[in-house]
Ligand binder design. Structure first.
Ligand SMILES: *Cc1c(COP(=O)(O)O)cnc(C)c1O
Length: 394
């Protein structure tokens, strides 16, 4: 496998992508109006069983609009995971609000709901129907629950806590397209959810995102804000600062074609996960990706942890060695509480997210990978791991 590269997560475009894009070009509808935008919105709403879906340019825009449409405002606080891609935390800052970074649960890798409860019970107080952080005196407005890696947050506990403390729940389901718990789709449990169709996600529209909700007012406000906040489109009257976050018809065309193949993509992700699980389960000290009992993960990226004594440098060396062998492995996200842009964010008892970041490795999980590719990944990992053991570096 000298020059072969096995990619982490790239799109498979074997469906109606060409046909639908050609329809856009032939009809001239290539920009931010056109029939595919509405068709894509309807198809997504129906797939995730949400009453409303509003298409936007990307998942980050979807999160920004989702927060604003729930009323997140300047100087308020939003509780969010510390172990996540940075986009959700950035969007809290776009609103002028403060993120409070919560630790990850060592078993589920998602936001630790025990610490979330403890934070709310001990560090916050209710005054009337509002929740305040006792230390900062700021109003706590919402919980932004990020479902990572095709696994689900403990959303039921999060919803219970939100109810008790009068908080909104926004779900970042960017990595969770197609993920169900008791027949309900990630992103549709709380007040509003955000999906991403970036090129590395389970399905793609080239670039794109979707705001999904059951709440008509949230949906209407999301559409208003994401289409330049036009109060009178003819007379150019605006009462608020709007955004041009509209998805183009071209992107929606690709998204619709991808959505038609989603179930197949997810079965393939599950097969890939089963393959890695079997191949890695006897490697000493390795912690496999969580296998929850109450739902079936979609395994956006199959991820495992090196043994508990592995250091950050060792994990970096393993990934570098895999990449040298053409295997596009990746670490989990750097914890956010210790990165410069988030120095003003609050954080609460951060500990496990650091260990997960230091030891986690995601393996190539692209839908097109065949058994030979997966065998090559595993062979490369065995070699690298054995070498590290022999040289006593792991
Ligand atoms: C990819 C991703 C986003 C951002 O989506 P884009 O479409 O790339 O803007 C947000 N949150 C999470 C957790 C993601 O993985």
């Amino acid at each position: 496998m000298t020059n072969k590269v096995i990619p982490l997560s790239i799109p498979t475009l074997n469906g109606n992508e060409w046909k639908y894009v050609k329809e856009c070009l032939d009809s001239g509808w290539i920009s931010s109006a056109g029939p595919f935008v509405e068709r894509f919105e309807k198809a997504i709403a129906s797939k995730v069983k949400a009453s409303y879906a509003v298409a936007v340019v990307n998942g980050t825009a979807a999160l920004h609009i989702a927060l604003l449409s729930c009323g997140v405002a300047r100087d308020e606080e939003v509780l969010v995971s510390n172990l996540t891609f940075a986009a959700p935390v950035n969007t809290i800052l776009y609103c002028g609000a403060y993120p409070i970074l919560m630790d990850a649960d060592p078993l589920t890798w998602q936001m630790d709901v025990k610490k979330l409860r403890q934070f709310l019970e001990e560090e916050c107080e209710l005054r009337g129907n509002s929740c305040f952080n006792k230390k900062t005196k700021r109003k706590v407005r919402a919980i932004l629950a990020v479902h990572i890696l095709g696994l689900m947050c403990d959303i039921e506990t999060i919803l219970d806590l939100a109810k008790r403390f009068h908080l909104k729940v926004i779900e970042d389901a960017a990595q969770a397209m197609g993920l169900l718990l008791n027949g309900r789709h990630a992103g549709t449990f709380g007040d509003v959810g955000a999906l991403s169709f970036n090129g590395n996600k389970v399905m793609t529209s080239g670039g794109g995102g979707m705001v999904v909700t059951h709440d008509k007012r949230v949906a209407e406000y999301a559409r208003y804000l994401s289409t330049q906040a036009k109060d009178d489109a003819m007379e150019y009257i605006h009462k608020e600062i709007g955004f041009n976050y509209r998805l183009t018809n071209l992107h929606a065309a690709i998204g619709l074609a991808q959505l038609e193949q989603l179930d197949r993509f997810i079965s393939k992700k599950r097969e890939i996960a089963a393959f890695y699980k079997k191949a890695l389960k006897d490697v000493e000290g390795i912690v496999l990706m969580p296998s929850p009992k109450d739902y079936e993960p979609t395994y956006w990226l199959y991820t495992f942890l090196l043994n508990s004594k592995a250091t950050l440098d060792q994990r970096k060396a393993v990934i570098a060695a895999l990449r040298k062998r053409g295997v596009e492995a990746r670490p989990l996200w750097h914890t956010l509480h210790d990165l410069p842009p988030y120095s003003k964010a609050g954080s609460y008892r951060i500990e496990h997210s650091i260990h997960l970041y230091e030891r986690g490795i995601s393996l190539p999980s692209s839908v097109h990978l065949n058994t030979d590719d997966l065998n090559d990944v595993v062979k490369a990992f065995y070699e690298v791991h054995l070498f590290c053991r022999r040289s006593h570096s792991l």
